[in-house]
Ligand binder design. Structure first.
Ligand code: NCD
Length: 352
């Protein structure tokens, strides 16, 4: 059996706290699950992200007024490069400020034994938005619950945005992934979207698969390519099918590679395994450039990053990166635009 953080390790708030639906109104709402979004909400957010990207290109200094006077707290209890930096950059580019615990969360009071609920309320007293990454599934639900309680007692109203909760969800990554697909393909209809790798523990693919379904595309097929032990959780597959999405699960990439429009490659989540289990599966899927020679000319290759050897060696990376179909760096930049749009909407309700 693979060692993974199962539902048993989840915070009980994952099942008792219901996050608010966005339903056209982002302002003041926590963002902790893709379940909060409808197609219309996504269209609104993508319009805002496109507008922000245009204004960035034009060096529009008005962007720095959007979140002027607002403060974002960055609380990352798991490692991060892109999510943390892109949120911080997004907030600063909108004129807001960023705070975090000096020298990182390892020097926060959680390491004196303070609970997440108290730590989050400390951040809530000082910031307008808290971005939380935490190893426990449902931790963002717990944080939202305690911030709601706090908000009724103090002057400041604080929202939480999840930066990933263990093997659970990564909602803002899915938002930027969806934006990137839409940007490249112009639609979500009639696409063959292939997600490959650690579909059990990879939170990005959980959120992305659900969010595609919530967009209600027609004629779209999701292919899940994973070894038997790392398959997409069955409750997600079942939910997708109930929403009318055609799902194909296979261990053979060759079954689906050449008909794919989107190839979403992922890392085996090493930190969630015992070393011997990781070694047994780490080489299952390695994407090398020769493999895509017969793939579609307009295929897009995505990856949430970081990547390790699932795209081969560093020189293999260099070869793949030169292919115009490899768009993970554009995807990465889109992360900042989408997070700027989200912060503007959540903090100001702003039309950008
Ligand atoms: C991912 C994450 O942290 O879930 N990275 C990211 O946020 N861009 C993917 C991963 O760690 O494999």
């Amino acid at each position: 059996m693979t060692t993974t953080k199962t539902a048993n390790d989840a915070s009980p708030f994952r099942y008792t706290y219901t996050p608010p639906q966005i339903q056209g109104e982002f302002k003041g709402k926590h963002v902790i699950s893709v379940d909060q979004f409808t197609k219309d909400d996504l269209d609104t957010l993508f319009d805002a992200a496109r507008s922000i990207r245009r204004r960035m290109r034009q060096n529009d200094r008005g962007l720095t007024e959007i979140c002027a006077g607002k403060v974002m707290a960055s609380l990352f209890f798991e490692s991060s490069t892109r999510t943390d930096m892109s949120f911080q950059a997004a907030m600063r580019r909108l004129g807001g400020d960023v705070i975090s615990v000096s020298n990182g969360v390892q020097f926060s009071s959680m390491y004196k034994g303070e609970s997440l609920s108290d730590t989050i309320r400390a951040a809530g007293c000082y910031a307008d938005v808290v971005v939380l990454r935490h190893p426990q599934v449902g931790s963002s639900y717990e944080a939202a619950y305690y911030l709601d309680k706090l908000n009724s007692r103090i002057i400041n109203h604080t929202v939480i945005v999840s930066g990933g909760d263990g093997v659970g969800e990564h909602p803002t990554q899915a938002l930027l992934d969806m934006f990137t697909i839409y940007d490249q393909k112009g639609s979500f209809d009639n696409l063959s979207v292939t997600l490959v790798g650690d579909l059990l523990n990879g939170r990005t693919v959980h959120s992305l698969a659900k969010l595609i379904a919530y967009y209600k595309p027609t004629g779209t097929q999701l292919n899940f390519v994973a070894p038997e032990t790392l398959k997409m959780p069955s409750h997600i597959v079942q939910m997708l099918r109930e929403l009318g999405i055609s799902v194909n699960e296979t261990e053979n990439l060759t079954d689906v590679l050449n008909s794919s429009d989107v190839l979403y490659w992922t890392r085996i989540q090493e930190e969630r395994f015992e070393p011997e289990e990781y070694n047994a599966i780490k080489d299952k899927f390695i994407l090398l450039h020769p493999m895509i020679k017969d793939a579609k000319k307009d295929l897009i290759i995505m990856h949430p990053l970081p990547r390790k050897h699932e795209m081969g060696t560093l020189s293999d990376h260099d070869i793949l990166d030169e292919d115009p179909r490899a768009i993970y760096f554009e995807q990465m930049e889109n992360g900042m635009f989408v997070r700027m749009a989200l912060l503007a909407k959540v903090l100001r309700g702003a039309y950008v």
